[in-house]
Write a protein of this length. Structure first.
Length: 254
């Protein structure tokens, strides 16, 4: 495959950094848009591997950094779950203008919850896949334990996540608590694939069961066996990409 650097305007006009993985020497079977996990970036090793495995199977994949993360402009402290959803919609609209409309949305962890919401604003999307996604975005609040009072009283707190400091504002908590998944999932009206590992110690397998129960057919679940939450082993992420390619092909037929 070939990798192309891109950038496009996000929710508030700041430029968001992206990479486009293209299959080599062939027209893409379809275009996919990938959303990374909470405080991760487009360059997380698993996201790169999944995207390139999809490209090897003939799909073009756009992966990008949400506002304030990685190489993207903006202040992470001013973002929330809703702004992530808006960034995804902005990415899809950029693809429609400059490349080709996305037919598949893929989201890892909190990015999985985000793509389930963003799909409603992207009519070109035929299929949505989640990897290790929580059944409610408020699941990430467990990473902020011990800082809630400071956020409520001072309006913000500095939290260490993955060994890096992030400023989290009270509005981030309020947005998470106001977001509900059931209506978004039940009204998806697209094919849904839920990928989750029973060994996931960050987002438990019970989240996959709840999402599956919320969803209407066509819906599918695939166990990622003993993979960890970040799909750290190459064989797990490559398998995920190949599986996504096989599954989505059914839903791209005209």
């Amino acid at each position: 495959m070939s990798t192309q650097p891109l950038k496009f305007p996000g929710t508030h006009g700041q430029f968001l950094a992206a990479r486009l993985e293209m299959p080599r020497d062939a027209e893409p079977k379809g275009f996919a848009l990938f959303a990374h996990c909470f405080t991760c970036t487009k360059n997380l090793r698993a996201i790169v591997r999944v995207s390139r495995a999809l490209a090897d199977e003939g799909f073009a994949v756009l992966r990008f950094d949400f506002t304030g993360l990685g190489e993207s402009e903006g202040d992470f402290a001013d973002t929330n779950f809703s702004s992530n959803v808006s960034d995804l919609v902005a990415a899809g609209e950029y693809m429609e203008r400059k490349l080709e409309s996305p037919r598949l949305l893929v989201g890892h962890s909190l990015g999985g919850a985000a793509v389930l919401h963003a799909a409603h604003s992207l009519p070109s999307v035929n299929a949505v896949a989640t990897i290790g996604a929580p059944s409610e975005p408020s699941h990430v609040l467990k990473h902020l334990r011990g800082h809630e009072d400071e956020m409520q009283e001072a309006g913000a707190a500095t939290v260490s996540l993955g060994g890096r400091p992030f400023t989290i504002k009270r509005q981030f908590l309020e947005d998470l608590e106001a977001t509900r998944m059931e209506s978004a999932v039940a009204g998806l009206e697209r094919a849904l694939l839920i990928l989750h590992s029973p060994a996931d110690a960050v987002v438990g397998i019970e989240n996959a069961a709840r999402l599956y129960k919320m969803a209407k057919h066509p819906k599918s679940f695939v166990s990622l066996d003993d993979a960890d939450h970040l799909l750290s082993r190459g064989r797990d992420s490559v398998y995920t990409g190949r599986l996504l390619a096989a599954w989505v092909s059914r839903y791209l037929e005209d």
